[in-house]
Design a binder for this molecule. Structure first.
Ligand SMILES: Nc1ncnc2c1ncn2[C@@H]1O[C@H](COP(=O)(O)OP(=O)(O)OP(=O)(O)O)[C@@H](O)[C@H]1O
Ligand SMILES: Nc1ccn([C@H]2C[C@H](O)[C@@H](COP(=O)(O)O)O2)c(=O)n1
Length: 220
């Protein structure tokens, strides 16, 4: 089976590039960040109080995520949260899950099971710890990076339509502060041994997708 593991900081292009690569190669696609976001959603919904309550929900919630790159869907305990998990309130609260080690353990086990379930088609899985913890034996392991100003400008443009000074400033918490919190529990700023680094700062989206496809072809 083909497993392509992609990590990187927020706004580096992991999700959009990985989704497109999986489409072009006919592979499944797993957005592990969406799983952290869904658990964050249910924690807010249930007003989970404290680290144990958060970990318990990560272990027990009925979490379903589509691995079809053309059908984005995340359902938790019967609620379709596909759109809601992208809201700012979730981006700003998701570190209650991502920095909780017991919650991480539960989600990592679920992610490994999803990757295993896609054995026949192969899969592109992306997040913060896929190359190092979730699938360290993946066929291709990639750290997708981009300079801070490029990542801020991309996310500001995506959220507000324009990357002016004001929009970039209001996006900062979602990108820089969240990465700082997540860096305490996962290593996604520098590549581990055997992991390729691709800096997309000066590349267009299409050029980045092509660079990943070239890397996969070289590995095959
Ligand atoms: N090489 C690129 N050049 C320009 N824009 C890009 C490039 N790669 C991705 N983008 C755009 O940047 C934005 C952020 O990309 P994406 O959501 O894929 O990042 P991410 O790393 O998954 O972020 P997060 O971890 O916060 O979810 C999107 O609007 C995407 O279309
Ligand atoms: N494998 C992963 C995936 C995601 N996270 C964290 C990082 C973010 O704070 C949050 C949401 O991720 P995003 O949708 O922005 O990629 O989940 C992680 O710790 N490990």
């Amino acid at each position: 089976m083909t497993i392509i593991a992609v990590d990187g900081p927020s706004g580096s292009g992991k999700s959009s590039v990985s989704r497109e690569v999986s489409r072009r190669l006919g592979l499944a696609y797993l957005d592990t960040g969406a799983m952290y976001r869904a658990v964050s959603w249910i924690c807010l919904e249930r007003q989970a109080d404290g680290a144990d309550a958060v970990a318990e929900l990560a272990r027990t919630a009925d979490l379903r995520i589509s691995t079809d790159p053309d059908h984005e869907q995340v359902v938790i305990d019967g609620h379709d949260v596909t759109t809601e998990i992208r809201e700012t309130r979730i981006s700003e609260s998701v570190t209650i899950v991502s920095t909780n080690l017991a919650a991480r353990e539960a989600l990592i086990a679920r992610q490994r099971a999803l990757i295993e379930a896609a054995a026949e088609t192969g899969i592109v899985a992306e997040g913060r710890d896929i190359t190092t913890v979730v699938a360290p034996d993946a066929d291709v392991r990639l750290l997708l990076t981009a300079r801070e100003e490029a990542r801020l400008a991309r996310r500001a443009k995506e959220l507000h339509g324009e990357a002016d000074e004001h929009n970039i400033a209001s996006t900062r918490a979602q990108i820089i502060d969240r990465d700082a919190a997540d860096s305490a529990v996962t290593q996604f700023i520098t590549a581990s041994d055997g992991v390729h680094t691709l800096d997309s700062s000066a590349l267009s989206f299409e050029e980045t997708v092509q660079a990943v496809l070239d890397l996969v072809a070289d590995a095959g």
